[in-house]
Design a protein around this ligand. Structure first.
Ligand code: ADP
Ligand code: MG
Length: 231
């Protein structure tokens, strides 16, 4: 039933503060947040079977409690189109992880549906010492890192709040069909924001949540990477 509580308790028991991507995405699913299809593989054969089940192209990612920023470790390989490419990428990812952190505990390799490229947005939450759970929304890449074009609201939020967080961004025109960009499904993003608000309100032990990126499509949206940090 309550996967979220189970996952959080298990992490606590193991003394882990950062949830694995598989765990964070399982929690997202329980709260109705759309994520890319995924499956954890323990060896190359499993990886091939799962890639077939998910359907090509796929993405492979390292799953390790000791590797938080996966691409820094060479732990993400995208757009794999054949079983041969999956097999090569599988070996490469383990090799890269070993080089990056020789003593990293490796849980396996995540096989994942490749989300088509689109406008990337970021949905976050942070537990503010003063205001408590706070949700965040912004556009991916330079918009967050360089321009700091993000909006925060204290949770819980309703759909109206969520809509304001999105439409009041300076970069909002990029989500709304500016020039040749396709307009994003704003309602899908509002739903994700409200679900994240609900998730962090119900689980006060969550200190940080980061859905980065979420692909925003003309119809729907999909979370490509999810990180949750506990207190
Ligand atoms: P990390 O943030 O830990 O380095 P991510 O899972 O965010 O790793 O992967 C890095 C980048 O690879 C993402 O920002 C995204 O651009 C791309 N990516 C990852 N997973 C997928 C996917 N399933 N479909 C499409 N692109 C992906
Ligand atoms: Mg990421």
């Amino acid at each position: 039933m309550n996967q979220t509580a189970k996952i959080i308790n298990q992490a606590k028991k193991e003394g882990r503060k950062t949830l694995l991507e598989t765990e964070a995405k399982t929690i997202c699913i329980e709260y109705g947040i759309p994520v890319t299809k995924f499956n954890l593989s323990k060896n190359e054969n499993e990886a091939a079977v799962q890639a077939n089940q998910i359907g090509y192209p796929v993405v492979l990612k390292i799953v390790s409690p000791d590797i938080i920023h996966k691409s820094d470790a060479g732990g993400v390989i995208v757009n794999l189109k054949t079983p041969e490419e999956v097999s090569i990428a599988y070996k490469k990812i383990l090799e890269n992880a070993k080089k990056y952190k020789p003593d990293a505990k490796i849980i396996g390799v995540l096989i994942q549906e490749m989300a088509p490229q689109s406008t990337e947005v970021i949905v976050g939450a942070i537990k503010d010492p003063q205001f408590g759970q706070t949700v965040m929304f912004g556009l991916g890449g330079i918009f967050v890192e360089l321009l700091k074009d993000v909006n925060f609201r204290i949770a819980p939020i309703n759909a109206e709040d969520a809509k304001e967080m999105i439409t009041q961004l300076k970069a909002f025109p990029l989500l709304n069909g500016y020039r040749n960009t396709t307009p994003a499904d704003i309602n899908a993003l509002i739903e994700i924001l409200c679900s994240v608000s609900c998730l962090v309100m119900k689980n006060p032990e969550i200190k940080e949540l980061d859905l980065n990126p979420v692909m925003a499509y003309p119809k729907g949206a999909k979370t490509v990477d999810a990180r949750i940090i506990l207190e």
